[in-house]
Design a binder for this molecule. Structure first.
Ligand code: SF4
Length: 337
């Protein structure tokens, strides 16, 4: 089943028809639509859940639907399937991979580990199934600090895949035992730091929210490696940006991130003024998902995602291990050290 204008600009009335058609199909299929925070406004508006990769997969565990139509880069649907293995997962990903996730494979990770034999391997959700499976911990931006701090300072940590996020965690947590893989997200790395600061300074009282995959190294640290971010600059994931904007007394937020999160912030913090640093920083992988593609997936019940069993189990362990470690108290860690 095809909608008329895949990928083309839509006027309001036609867009509403498409929205309604997708919702009817989702209901008929007992499917929940899960959209990553970087999906287009049309996809976010038709979704049951919008969020970052790991939180989408975790929140889906509480839904009663038997089918999930997952809109995002390929690693998003994989992560949902890892945590919901008995569900039907429709991977609505437009067929375009993510250069950050594709920037390391399980093979290259094993080669890296050869140089750091006893290292703890910590990956984020922006990785392939096989990379997650080869890791000890798979973290979100929210639980990464707790997981990393719980690892013995005597044990090397290999963190992957994003270089800027890794640097940020290493410097802000003071982890001298941490080594960082050198891949970047080209979408976030292209958002210019000078433009972030210019817009922030032009609006006194605003908060600058920076996605951790952005290149903010030049103004985050001085030449001696000391953190010099001031109080009104925050380094946050998509989910964290929403929570921060909702709780903050500030009225204006300058957002350095893929513009999908700007739409989400405007919906979930409607009383705030949300300004995108760079509206053109659209992710080519995320933007390939259209209402037409989603409608086809729901209608045909394809493509259904199947994962290699042992990799899926190992990837789930990496996620569960990180969750368990992050929820233990600091005193628990002290007791077992
Ligand atoms: Fe990959 Fe960056 Fe796009 Fe996320 S925004 S899917 S990390 S290219």
């Amino acid at each position: 089943m095809m909608l008329a204008r895949q990928g083309a600009p839509m006027d309001g009335a036609i867009k509403q028809l498409d929205h309604d058609a997708v919702r009817r199909l989702a209901y008929a299929r007992d499917a929940a639509i899960l959209a990553h925070s970087f999906q287009s406004p049309e996809i976010q508006d038709v979704a049951d859940l919008v969020g970052d990769t790991l939180s989408l997969a975790e929140r889906a565990q509480h839904l009663s639907n038997r089918t999930f139509a997952v809109c995002g880069a390929p690693f998003v649907a994989e992560t949902v399937k890892v945590l919901n293995p008995t569900h039907t997962v429709l991977a609505v990903d437009g067929g375009v991979g993510c250069p950050l996730a594709d920037g390391i494979s399980a093979k290259r990770l094993h080669e890296w580990r050869e140089h750091h034999r006893d290292a703890a391997i910590v990956c984020t959700a922006n990785t392939s199934l096989s990379t997650k499976a080869a890791s000890d911990y798979c973290v979100s931006a929210t639980n990464a600090p707790a997981v990393l701090k719980s690892i013995s300072p005597q044990r090397p940590i290999l963190f992957l895949p994003d270089m800027f996020f890794g640097w940020w965690l290493k410097q802000s947590l003071g982890l001298e035992n941490m080594h960082v893989w050198s891949e970047i997200c080209p979408v976030h790395a292209a958002i210019r730091p000078a433009e972030m600061l210019r817009q922030h300074r032009a609006l006194p009282g605003s908060e600058l929210l920076i996605h951790p995959e952005c290149d903010f190294v030049d103004f985050a640290w001085d030449d001696d490696g000391r953190l010099v971010l001031h109080d009104h600059v925050q380094v946050l994931s998509g989910d964290q940006m929403v929570c921060f904007a909702q709780a903050s007394d500030a009225e204006v937020f300058i957002v350095a991130a893929e513009p999908g999160i700007v739409h989400r912030l405007r919906k979930e913090a409607p009383e705030k003024v949300i300004v995108a640093v760079d509206e053109s920083a659209v992710c080519p992988s995320m933007e390939r998902v259209t209402l037409g593609l989603l409608c086809d997936a729901l209608h045909d019940r394809r493509p259904q995602l199947e994962l290699e069993y042992s990799s899926a189990i190992a990837a789930r362990w990496a996620i569960e291990r990180a969750r368990a470690l992050a929820t233990r108290s600091e005193s628990d860690f002290d007791a077992v050290r």
